[in-house]
Design a protein. Structure first.
Length: 76
């Protein structure tokens, strides 16, 4: 049975690989840049991620909060 696609996912991509609310533009930018899960973003520079087309302050905030819940963080 195929995975259901949520608002921030593309068909065929794993469901919930980025936090809910990240948004389709940011999720797409992360995937295009080679990040395929929240854990892939850990340790990356906030400025580098914010520089990706489609990634704004809201997405960065959501990612930072989700990483913090897992004891992880973005690089300064």
């Amino acid at each position: 049975m195929p995975d259901e696609v949520s608002d921030n996912q593309r068909p065929g991509e794993p469901v919930d690989h980025f936090p809910k609310g990240t948004g389709r533009p940011a999720s797409g930018a992360f995937v295009a840049a080679g990040y395929h899960s929240l854990e892939d973003l850990a340790g990356e520079s906030e400025a580098k991620l914010a520089g990706l087309h489609g990634v704004g302050p809201r997405a960065i905030g959501i990612v930072k909060a989700a990483l913090a819940e897992r004891g992880l963080e973005l690089a300064p």
